[in-house]
Design a protein around this ligand. Structure first.
Ligand code: PEP
Length: 263
């Protein structure tokens, strides 16, 4: 049975001075058996969050929001995967805000994915269409192309063994208060697994968790987790609010229990 994952993307919020307290508070409000929790603070707050969680709730994992596609070199201001080892165990790659602001391409994202896996870190690969794509009926084709672009050169078994999670995040739903419907998210999750199958993933594709992301809150999470093909959420704005995270993870706990993951 696939893992149930709730990942918090804090984006460019928190400082090393306040991130540890926030992580501790969220951890204490989200203890739900069977739910994999991940908090992704800014790079500079990784150490503070790691230390706070190590002492208060080591079950909550720490993730980075990005990584460079090279191992080392003359890349001023960048962070490589080996630098993250010891600070984080997960890494988000291909977030739409980086595709938009840093012109990240699918090929580049594929290289980042390779660095993440080589370092023994667990990747969350973000995919999702623009509003114009959805309105033109191209949503599935766009996501399919993103997956092919990022995953084509990767060995399916090694990538699956590395714990790949895919986050379907329609760009028009991120930070806008608009969401996809549960049915649309579910249809996309099915399309994502079909794309993995076409890339030769076989059983591994069916076993890959697919999260929904895009204005997820405690009020709407149930619509997504009611869909058997959706395995959790990547949460942005609401992930900075302990009450919201408590509600989101509580609902994820229901799914984890239904899947027999709660032990
Ligand atoms: C995100 O940052 O991945 C995200 C989904 O943001 P929000 O929940 O704020 O839409």
């Amino acid at each position: 049975m696939r893992d149930v994952v709730v990942a918090a993307n804090w984006k460019m919020h928190t400082t090393p001075a306040d991130a540890g307290d926030l992580a501790r508070t969220i951890a204490s409000r989200t203890r739900e058996a069977g739910v994999t929790r991940v908090i992704c603070p800014p790079f500079v707050s990784l150490g503070a969050v790691r230390d706070a969680l190590a002492e208060s709730d080591p079950d909550v994992a720490v993730g980075a929001q990005n990584v460079h596609h090279e191992l080392a070199g003359a890349y001023t201001g960048e962070i490589s995967a080996p630098m993250l080892v010891g600070l984080a165990t997960w890494v988000i790659v291909g977030h739409s805000e980086r595709r938009r602001d840093a012109a990240e391409t699918d090929a580049l994202i594929g290289r980042k994915l390779a660095r993440v896996l080589e370092a023994g870190l667990r990747p969350i690969l973000c995919v999702g269409e623009q509003l114009a794509d959805r309105e033109a009926g191209r949503a599935i084709a766009v996501v399919d192309a993103q997956l092919r672009g990022a995953l084509t050169d990767h060995d399916p078994a090694a990538t699956a063994d590395g714990g790949l999670v895919i986050a379907y995040e329609p760009v028009w739903a991120i930070g806008t208060g608009r969401t996809a419907t549960g049915a649309d998210a579910s249809a996309m999750a099915d399309a994502i697994r079909a794309a993995l199958d076409a890339l030769g993933w076989g059983e591994s594709g069916a076993a890959t968790p697919v999260l929904y992301g895009g204005s997820v809150t405690s009020a709407n999470i149930a619509e997504f987790l009611a869909e058997p093909s959706i395995d959790g959420a990547l949460v942005g704005g609401a992930s900075l609010k302990p009450d919201e995270m408590a509600g989101i993870v509580a609902r994820a706990g229901i799914t984890a229990r239904a899947r027999g993951l709660a032990g």
